[in-house]
Ligand binder design. Structure first.
Ligand code: ADP
Ligand code: MG
Length: 629
């Protein structure tokens, strides 16, 4: 038997380890299973190289919990270690790794980022154990099994032992403040969280399985039950396979495996697979985005070599894709660094832009291969895509090929198609193609109707960031202009400089304006006299495109409007001087009646824009009833 001192420079790191990352104590199990996995993969590798004689069988990892003895055992059938190797890898390498780690992060315990997810390795076992033993026997011929023991002081014991099987068994003597980890349910939960897709089968207990009845069995025959290993993981998850070997159903199956509580099927998936200039595999899913989606639930999971790391992929996946679901597995993402460092890291930047590109490519191919199906999905995915167009320039450039613009008649165009189609009818006198849109079919119905009557196309753009989007489209494409149907009278929205014949003389117009202004709140409504079709409504309320858009952009954030104060509520009151009612107003002799006509017409116009509320609405209803009496 040999005893020795672990070479301690930082006085005693064990208390620090123990205190470290209080909420993250649970990672000890992941670390030890990762080591067991590494040792088993190494064994398999040596075997394929022919360096191990004989059959290695199908090695598994086993987790055992003994509540009475307060022990957790992690047992593998991997390459094991000789005494010298324990001396070297556990006493020196692993220890200095842990020491360095603690040195680096002891002041940052509060940082709840991904710091602490990796790097502590074997010594993380001291976060939950007061004493740790290793029983191990190397695969090397004639090697002797050894036992190592350490109670958390810098002293350790290393001695020969009589283990006969190849591999390593770690025994954790669980500390009294970590007894939770002796609960079967807690261990199951951890295995499910961190080890669900690790590459070596992990056994935790046994389970009963019912054998199928043999053919021709008697009717009352009881099916035979057998006890089998309870394997808790799927060692070959879909993302580790080649896309060529996976069918649509396999991807859906994997989605259910990943999110067992998620009942909605994904819309489509994107298989990521790259090995240069960085290594990354994964599958991303586009979910249906509805208003009640909880963005903190069922998020994209980040793995390193099939070991779960985190479901916070901020900084790695571009913001607009955070709403996607699925898995990313990459050994090339530096994990024990802070978020801000991560964002500046070159490799991570490349990963982020690779993901963006893959998503764009997938959207292009979906659009090309089955346009109909893509159109049907559009409403469920548009938010993500529009957000992406606004936030990632590269994505915006590609979006020309798949971003759809639906009309109120449920036709879908990409921008170029739309422009081509409406150009002949909707080009104004300044040679701009005016793209009309509505944000709500119900409240803007009369305006949509007026546009349709002219034979114009009206888009239905109803997502909350539309103002930002059209602002961007206008500035990146030449000669197009967006206008919401209620931004002005239709003839002004697409101004063709046609001569308008006015029924009123200039004198009459000059007389009319102050009469109307006197009867309405003119701080909010600017009177605008227009010679329109005689059957167009006499009073029309419009909200100038520019003001409204700025207001909306301010409300949805960004665009540099912060701190500019609120935009005032401003409308135009378009008076159609060719409508008969206007002549009537002008010719009415009694001032009272004149005012009543204006108020009534004004209220009707407000009503059609949903602007009449409260006392004014009550008065209007009363007045109207009196009129029909
Ligand atoms: P890392 O896994 O990052 O190398 P660890 O502290 O987890 O750091 O482990 C240190 C070393 O101890 C490993 O590199 C390996 O050589 C050895 N080791 C740990 N666990 C096992 C095991 N179960 N079987 C064989 N070797 C192991
Ligand atoms: Mg390790």
């Amino acid at each position: 038997m040999a005893t020795g001192n672990i070479n301690v420079t930082a006085e005693n790191i064990f208390p620090i380890i123990k205190k470290f990352l209080y909420s993250d104590h649970e990672i000890f199990l992941r670390e030890l299973i990762s080591n067991a996995t590494d040792a088993t993969l190494k064994l398999k590798h040596l075997s394929t190289l022919g360096e191990i004689k004989g059959d290695i069988g199908t090695p598994i990892i086993e987790i055992k919990v003994d509540k009475d003895k307060k022990e957790i055992r992690i047992i593998d059938q991997g390459i094991g270690m000789t005494g010298e190797e324990v001396e070297k890898y556990i006493n020196q390498v692993a220890f200095s790794g842990a020491e360095e780690f603690v040195e680096k992060y002891k002041d940052k315990v509060e940082d709840s980022g991904i710091i602490g997810h990796f790097g502590l390795g074997f010594y993380s076992s001291f976060m939950v154990a007061s004493k740790v033993e290793i029983f191990t026997k190397s695969f090397a011929e004639d090697s002797k099994a050894v036992r190592w023991e350490c109670d958390g002081s810098p002293k350790y014991i290393l001695e020969e032992t009589d283990r006969t099987e190849r591999g390593t068994e770690i025994v954790l003597h669980v500390d009294d403040d970590s007894l939770e980890f002796l609960e079967e349910s807690r261990i199951k939960q951890l295995l499910n969280k961190y080890n669900k897709f690790m590459p070596i089968p992990i056994k935790f207990g046994t389970k009963e399985e019912t054998l199928p009845l043999p053919e021709g069995a008697a009717e009352d025959a009881k099916p035979e039950k057998i006890t089998v290993d309870n394997i808790v993981n799927n060692p070959t998850p879909a993302w580790t396979k080649s896309p060529a070997d996976l069918k649509d159903e396999d991807y859906k199956e994997f989605y259910r495996e990943l999110y067992p509580m998620q009942f909605e099927e994904p819309l489509f998936n994107i298989h990521l697979n790259v090995d240069y200039p960085f290594n990354l595999t994964g599958i991303l899913y586009f979910p249906k985005i509805s208003k009640n989606v909880d963005p903190t639930k069922d998020r994209i999971q980040l793995y390193q070599n099939q070991v779960f790391v985190t479901d916070n992929v901020e900084g790695i996946v571009p913001d607009f894709l955070q709403m996607l679901r699925g898995v990313i597995d990459s050994p090339d993402i530096p994990l024990n660094v802070s978020r801000s460092y991560l964002q500046a890291d070159g490799a991570v930047k490349k990963i982020s832009s690779y993901i963006t590109r893959k998503v764009a490519d997938k959207l292009v191919s979906l659009f090309k291969n089955d346009r109909k199906a893509f159109e049907e999905k559009w409403n469920d995915i548009k938010i993500i895509i529009e957000y992406g167009m606004l936030s990632e320039e590269k994505f915006f450039e590609k979006s020309d090929k798949f971003a759809l613009y639906p009309t109120v008649n449920n036709e879908y165009f990409i921008l170029d198609e739309l422009i081509e189609k409406i150009k002949p009818a909707q080009t104004d006198k300044d040679n701009k193609v005016v793209i009309l849109y509505a944000s709500d079919e119900k409240t803007q119905h009369s305006y949509i109707d007026a546009a349709k009557e002219k034979g114009y196309e009206v888009l239905l753009l109803d997502s909350p960031i539309v103002s930002h989007l059209i602002q961007k489209l206008e500035s990146s494409k030449e000669n197009i202009h967006f206008a919401r149907v209620d931004a002005d009278h239709i003839d002004n929205l697409i101004n063709k400089d046609e001569e308008k014949i006015s029924k009123l003389s200039d004198e009459e117009k000059e007389k009319l304006k102050p009469i109307i202004e006197a009867a309405i709140p003119k701080e909010t409504y600017t009177v605008q006299l227009e010679a329109l079709d005689s059957n167009a409504n006499p009073f029309i309320i419009t909200q100038p495109e520019f003001m409204r858009r700025m207001k909306e952009m301010q409300a949805t954030g960004g665009g540099g409007f912060m701190g500019m104060g609120n935009f005032p509520e401003m409308y135009n009151l378009v008076i159609n001087i060719n409508n008969e009612l206007i002549s009537e107003i002008l010719n009415t002799k009694t001032e009272k009646k004149q005012e009543r006509l204006i108020k009534q017409a004004f209220d009707l116009a407000r009503l059609s824009q949903n602007l009449l509320k409260g006392q004014e609405l009550t008065d209007f209803i009363k007045r109207s009833f009196q009129m029909v009496k």
